[in-house]
Design a protein around this ligand. Structure first.
Ligand SMILES: NC(=O)c1ccc[n+]([C@@H]2O[C@H](COP(=O)([O-])OP(=O)(O)OC[C@H]3O[C@@H](n4cnc5c(N)ncnc54)[C@H](O)[C@@H]3O)[C@@H](O)[C@H]2O)c1
Length: 337
């Protein structure tokens, strides 16, 4: 099979994860172009792959005609870069969040459709083995009707994390701990719940990381179409990255994800755990190391002519919930979704 020629835009913090993912998928991809506005970063990334070119200009990447482009840039750039790549005939896999507004996300989706190209969004934690197993059980009805969900994230982001030209800004990051870190918990709850949120009452605060304009803490009560209530909490001023937790409770069963380890309890059966098979090979402590799995799946699906994951409409629903939480908090009202 001919390999996909791929490019990457943004060779910052997350790009180390992509180095590993591309190496893991080397039977499927040939990395042909690295782009960063800091050319030294693009050069350093390109040096890992034979024949890989680099630049600080998008036109150069597009002129190299990659089959697919990975977008790993600040949130406010996802839309314009995805649209440019799609129009130039490339498939796109963008980092989360898909965009900063639902309108922008819809424009990306329309462009992909009009250009007959595929657009996917990274939510790598859906690929955790225990999450996949819980999804199978919930879909098979093993949990009975789902009554509730709970997620908690207490992470450490030092003030230095925000010393760059986009993080900590409403305009460029689009928010703080909710849109950047806890979007993963929100996405997992939506994914496992299997239906959409209908209302959100959110609260955000800036309590410890007072050098930023966005929130460093948030909580919310979210209700779903099936009547379940989701209790959400997140902060990124804790002293360390405590294991993230996501729980889903049904009338006959429940599951609790702690970082990447899933505990499952079904009525009448002994509880059991599903341990991760994927090692944290990036060494960066990102929640899960499942980029390898998602990137591989992206190319397998492209090769088979199947729709890629995560579907951009689906990723837009997660964004809608995040934005609803912000609106609710800022306007001090319940937002209907
Ligand atoms: N899925 C995950 O778990 C996860 C984890 C971390 C980051 N991310 C996502 O990855 C993306 C990047 O985050 P990061 O932490 O690596 O940020 P970063 O600031 O470390 O890196 C962004 C890079 O983009 C480059 N850049 C900025 N503007 C550019 C432009 N116009 N053209 C080309 N390059 C440009 C910057 O120079 C920088 O190297 C964000 O969407 C973030 O949410 C995802």
């Amino acid at each position: 099979m001919q390999k996909f020629r791929v490019g990457i835009i943004g060779c910052g913090r997350i790009s180390v994860v992509y180095l590993k993912a591309f190496q893991y998928c080397s039977d499927l991809v040939e990395v042909c172009f690295a782009l960063d506005k800091e050319i030294g970063r693009a050069q350093a990334f390109a040096a890992h792959f034979e024949g890989c070119r680099f630049s600080d200009r998008l036109e150069d990447l597009l002129a190299a005609h990659p089959d697919a482009v990975h977008i790993c840039t600040p949130h406010f750039l996802h839309k314009e870069q995805a649209v440019a790549c799609l129009r130039a005939g490339c498939h796109v896999l963008t980092e989360k969040p898909i965009a900063l507004s639902v309108q922008d996300a819809q424009e990306m989706i329309r462009t992909a459709r009009d250009c007959s190209r595929q657009l996917g969004v990274i939510f790598q934690n859906r690929y955790i083995e225990g999450v996949q197993e819980a999804k199978r059980l919930i879909e098979a009805g093993a949990f009975g009707p789902i009554r509730g969900a709970w997620s908690s994230l207490a992470w450490h982001r030092p003030p230095s994390y925000y010393e760059c030209d986009w993080k900590g800004s409403w305009e460029k990051e689009g928010g703080g701990v909710v849109i950047d870190q806890a979007i993963h918990s929100i996405d997992l709850v939506r994914y496992l719940m299997g239906c959409e949120a209908v209302s959100v009452q959110g609260h955000i605060a800036r309590r410890i990381l007072t050098n930023i304009e966005v929130e460093d803490e948030a909580d919310a009560a979210i209700t779903f179409e099936n009547g379940a209530v989701y209790a959400f909490y997140a902060c990124n001023y804790y002293i360390k990255n405590s294991p993230i937790r996501v729980e889903i409770s049904g009338e006959k069963g429940r599951c609790l994800l702690k970082e990447t380890e899933m505990e499952i309890e079904l009525d009448g059966q002994a509880p059991y755990k599903i341990l991760p098979q994927v090692q944290d090979n990036a060494g960066e402590g990102y929640w899960g190391s499942y980029h390898d799995v998602q990137v591989r799946e992206f190319y397998r699906r492209l090769a088979a002519g199947k729709p890629v994951c995560v579907d951009p409409q689906d990723a837009t629903k997660t964004l809608e919930l995040v934005l609803g939480l912000y609106t609710s908090a800022k306007e001090n009202r319940t937002v209907r979704l």
